[in-house]
Design a protein around this ligand. Structure first.
Ligand code: ATP
Ligand code: MG
Length: 431
């Protein structure tokens, strides 16, 4: 074990939230150990600003809960305590120990504290241990550094600091064993490699292909949570590249993955959606998972809607059933909540409505609450190389007109599908 004294690292208490400092100091005051751990230590050492502060302690969840009125115990797979300070939540975890699969059930707690499935998946992990054991149970070496806010020392049990310096994502322990215990760790490896722009250590990377299939066992709700972390944290495009190059995207979105492999326009659309999401996050603009999901599933929806139309369905019902099917198929792997699947459907169906540039309906479309997202989506489709007959620039100009002029212009447009741009027609007539 390595202890790094205060003058040999750059962590300063002033970059740590008051809430986190308070929790650690009260735990220490009651005779417990308490350390800042995980992403916060990693990001502080890299000179960044952590988005949240996690604390590890030798106090049990019950003890922590008893010490803080503003706290509650949550979780089943991992029992942790949330301590709330206004809008900030400090997550306190008790040191995890080695779990022994054959351990005798202890009657006091009604059974084993840790549980594994037949394939070795860790279902529960509530065996408590020491700091050293806790470090070994974490996922990556760079996520297993501990900061003691009392002595200002950093504790490094797994060469985390060396890996931070060489910018390497390395799983702790034997990679295949750790991925088997929890296959989501493979997604975490790729996510942190993308986020930190680190490379992936060789043995860690090599174990991924052999363990990848285990991701199929992960409940769809947990995969959705992980999906949010992968794509809504500001580095979605880099994460997508990692998922594609390590061939893990198929476990999140098998159908989209197929489409993207076959069709460069599909890949370009998804990538453009990711880039645009990253840019919005960088500018502090709001983002919604619905938009990224709409892009991921669009190639499929479009393909199926076309097949249905070739069989004689009118465009709107065809789009409707295609949307229904794509969402149902995706939901088998990733649990998309209704509050996102509904706007996805609306974005897709809006793509048909945007084709209609004629009449009052077109003029009013601009004021629809889904117009903005649907219009942005249309631009992405064009950017990805889809031929929409230059619809995007028509709507770009049109939406800037006041209602009165929109009505006039929409009245000039011809045909139910809008036909060509009026300016284009005039030039042709003159010729
Ligand atoms: P960020 O919050 O910036 O995304 P983080 O490293 O804090 O990064 P969290 O998901 O908040 O990531 O997890 C906190 C810590 O818990 C991690 O740093 C890691 O030490 C540990 N951890 C999280 N998930 C796992 C896992 N699946 N297996 C082992 N350890 C994990
Ligand atoms: Mg965190």
């Amino acid at each position: 074990m390595k202890i790094i004294p205060r003058d040999q690292h750059c962590i300063s208490r002033k970059n740590i939230s008051d809430g986190a400092l308070k929790v650690m100091s009260r735990l220490r005051g009651s005779g417990h150990q308490a350390y800042l751990v995980g992403g916060a230590v990693r990001d502080l050492l890299l000179g960044g600003h952590p988005k949240d502060f996690d604390i590890a302690t030798d106090a049990t969840p019950e003890t922590v809960h008893a010490l803080f009125r503003n706290s509650r115990i949550i979780g089943r797979r991992f029992r942790i305590v949330h301590v709330r300070f206004g809008r900030e939540i400090i997550e306190v975890t008790t040191f995890r120990g080695h779990h022994d699969n054959d351990a005798e059930p202890t009657s006091e707690f009604g059974g084993n504290h840790s549980r594994q499935s037949a394939s070795g998946l860790l279902l529960r992990d509530n065996v408590y241990g020491t700091l050293e054991e806790d470090a070994a149970r974490r996922d990556l070496t760079v996520n297993a550094l501990y900061y003691d806010a009392g002595t200002f020392e950093v504790f490094d049990h797994v060469h985390g600091l060396a890996d931070l310096e060489r910018r390497s994502i390395c799983i702790i322990g034997e990679p295949a064993a750790r991925f088997t215990e929890d296959p989501v760790r493979m997604l975490r490896v790729l996510r942190f490699a993308a986020k930190l722009q680190f490379s992936i250590e060789l043995h860690t990377a090599r174990a991924i292909p052999a363990c990848a299939h285990l991701l199929a066992e992960i409940p769809s709700a947990r995969l959705f949570d992980e999906f949010l972390k992968l794509f809504l944290a500001g580095y979605a495009a880099a994460t997508l590249d990692q998922l594609i190059s390590h061939d893990l995207l198929r476990y999140l979105f098998p159908e989209s993955n197929e489409q993207m492999r076959r069709n460069p326009t599909a890949l370009a659309l998804v990538r453009a959606a990711m880039v645009s999401t990253d840019q919005r996050i960088a500018l502090d603009k709001p983002v919604t998972p619905a938009f990224i999901l709409a892009a991921l599933l669009w190639p499929q929806v479009q393909h199926e809607a076309q097949l249905l139309q070739e069989r004689g369905d009118p465009p709107i019902p065809a789009m409707h059933s295609a949307a229904q099917d794509a969402i149902a198929a995706a939901a088998r792997h990733i649990a998309i909540p209704r509050r996102f699947s509904q706007p996805m459907r609306e974005i897709w169906e809006f793509q048909l409505r945007l084709q209609n540039r004629r009449g009052r309906k077109a003029a009013e479309l601009v004021d629809h609450r889904r117009f903005r997202a649907a219009y942005d989506f249309l631009l992405l489709r064009e950017q990805a190389g889809e031929d929409t007959g230059d619809l995007g620039s028509w709507w770009t100009d049109f939406q800037q007109l006041p209602m009165e002029q929109r009505l006039e212009q929409a009245a000039l447009e011809q045909g139910p599908q809008g036909g060509r741009r009026s300016r284009g027609r005039r030039t042709r007539k003159k010729a």
